[in-house]
Design a protein. Structure first.
Length: 168
């Protein structure tokens, strides 16, 4: 875990940086240290028999990465036009190995430096998202931001290392 420490005269505050994005009107965020890059949407190569939320694979500087449509993954209605959407390329740790995976989201939002004390546990069944994928909730400028555990999300079920090797 990477922490930023802010030191004022009388206080010591630990914080963590997050990159946030918009999905179906809600704001989500992930640990900024997991983010490799942000890219504009480009067409992918479809992989037969892959789960419906896998848009396909993309060759990124010689590495084949699966692109996960987060709207479809979370059971939200998909947008027919993907050209204005973005892909967040993430460094995921799976079985002690690093691999790149992409998340197709609606838009980039902000980067936040969030004090750890402001991150709260999410109540169970708060969202259509599996509770295991939510690492916490926080409020920034009076809006709720859902913090995602992308390692857990990208290592679940069909996205485990063994299965992704078959689709890539």
């Amino acid at each position: 875990m990477s922490l930023t420490i802010h030191q004022d005269i009388d206080t010591l505050v630990e914080s963590k940086q997050f990159l946030s994005f918009i999905l179906a009107g809600d704001e989500y965020a992930t640990d900024i240290l997991k983010v490799q890059e942000i890219r504009d949407w480009t067409s992918t190569t479809l992989v037969p028999n892959s789960p419906t939320y896998i848009e396909g694979v993309l060759n990124l500087r010689g590495e084949i990465i699966p692109i996960i449509n987060l709207r479809t993954r979370f059971g939200l209605p998909d947008l027919p036009d993907k050209k204005n959407r973005i892909v967040i390329v993430l460094n995921i740790v799976s079985d002690q190995k690093r691999r790149l995976m992409g998340l197709l989201v609606d838009a980039f939002s902000e980067t936040y430096d969030i004090p750890l004390e402001k991150i709260k546990s999410a109540p169970n069944n708060i969202s259509v998202i599996d509770d295991d994928f939510i690492s916490g909730l926080t409020t920034v400028d009076e809006k709720m931001v859902i913090l995602l555990d992308v390692d857990e999300l990208m290592n679940s079920n069909e996205l485990s290392t063994d299965c992704s090797a078959a689709t890539a």
